[in-house]
Design a protein around this ligand. Structure first.
Ligand code: ACO
Length: 335
């Protein structure tokens, strides 16, 4: 019997800072509106030609995580890459990371669960390590949102929310069964698939069809979000799945030392914080600086919280996510 633990963390965001003021110069929005509705002050966007892609940002985060875990590239048994914005339609970005890290061959798997992607990936890594099959798994969450957003007033309801960036964790074998990843809890509800989605191009509506239709009203190649429905579902599902994880491990909310919620919207995080009676020291939010980086958001926030000394050995750390699919999940860790 083995347990699994997070042995190293890393993060990377592009240098280019885009403030709310910057956005208000190119679309009909304002600093006040964005802060009031989302808490976001600024985000990072890849700049054309700066060399960043979803895979390369993941690699930068991964290199830091591997160094902190004290492992070399030849010790990685599996790469799990969570993203909704892969470099290519196919293949996935996991294989690009394997090549960029100069690992001759190793299994690489992409996980397509959007904002919940990192939780799904951690859960997958946990099962492989606990079963004894693998010792060290590189888990990456990375997004290049800026390349695919509608940066005009038409897209303002979505485009002000999202940012680019990557986080990574090394999940390793742990012999002490009282420590490490205790459990993960995963859910999905496909009836809401189109409420937060990017519909085209798809195999039902391929690129030539979009071009041939010559329909300027067709913006199905931009993300579409029913913001209020997402908000309502997010607050319920975040609360449910955190409670599910606590109960499964005979823990109560007051035993949470650090909650890392997916950085969807500061208002959602604050709702959850209040629901569980958590103080400012028991939750880490950084959406103010980075926007919503989807699969990147939990590993970026977790890395930052750890770097700032907010997570100590023995702490109960809770990761929780909700997003497109709808999908949601939680992971409970004894650090
Ligand atoms: N700037 C200024 N005005 C805007 C903007 C903007 N960026 N975006 C929308 N508006 C306008 C709308 O056009 C609308 O104007 P109208 O009343 O004249 O029609 C008005 O503001 C209100 O729009 P709503 O969509 O009703 O605004 P709402 O208060 O719902 O806020 C928001 C929108 C922030 C998206 C909210 O619904 C929300 O937070 N939803 C949760 C979604 C979320 O967090 N998604 C993150 C990604 S998914 C995930 O990670 C789980």
């Amino acid at each position: 019997m083995y347990n699994s633990k997070i042995s190293g963390l890393g993060m990377y965001v592009p240098e280019n800072v885009v403030t709310n003021e910057d956005l208000s110069k190119i679309m009909d929005t304002s600093n006040e509106w964005i802060i009031e509705r989302t808490g976001i002050k600024e985000r990072r966007h890849i700049k054309k030609g700066d060399g960043n892609t979803t895979a390369t940002m993941g690699v930068e985060a991964a290199k830091i995580a591997m160094k902190r875990a004290g492992i070399e590239k030849n010790e990685i048994d599996l790469i799990l890459f969570a993203t909704l914005s892969p470099d290519y339609y196919f293949p996935g970005s996991g294989v690009l990371v394997q090549e960029l890290l100069d690992i001759p061959t190793c299994p690489a798997m992409d996980i397509r669960n959007q904002c919940s992607g990192f939780i799904y990936a951690i859960s997958t890594a946990d099962q492989y390590v606990k079963s004894g099959m693998y010792k060290n798994i590189l888990v990456i969450g990375s997004e290049n949102h800026s390349g695919g957003l509608d940066m005009t007033s038409r897209g303002r309801g979505v485009s002000v929310i999202f940012g680019d960036g990557a986080g990574a964790a090394v999940v390793s074998r742990e012999e002490d069964l009282t420590k490490g990843i205790l459990s993960s809890h995963l859910h999905s509800e496909g009836k809401y698939a189109e409420e937060l989605a990017l519909i085209s191009p798809s195999t039902n509506r391929w690129v030539p069809e979009i071009i041939d239709s010559n329909d300027s009203e067709d913006i199905s190649y931009y993300p579409n979000m029913n913001g209020q429905l997402v908000f309502k579902n997010a607050v319920v599902r975040f609360s449910e799945v955190i409670m599910e994880g606590l109960k499964h491990n005979n823990l109560s909310p007051d035993q949470i030392d650090m909650l890392i919620p997916h950085q969807a919207n500061l208002r959602i995080s604050q709702f959850v914080q209040k629901r569980f009676g958590l103080s400012e020291n028991q939750i880490h939010n950084n959406i103010q600086k980075y926007g919503n980086t989807t699969a990147g958001s939990i590993p970026i926030a977790l890395t930052e919280a750890w770097q700032e000394g907010k997570i100590k050995e023995g702490d109960i750390v809770v990761l929780a996510a909700f997003g497109s699919g709808f999908t949601w999940g939680s992971t409970i860790i004894r650090w």
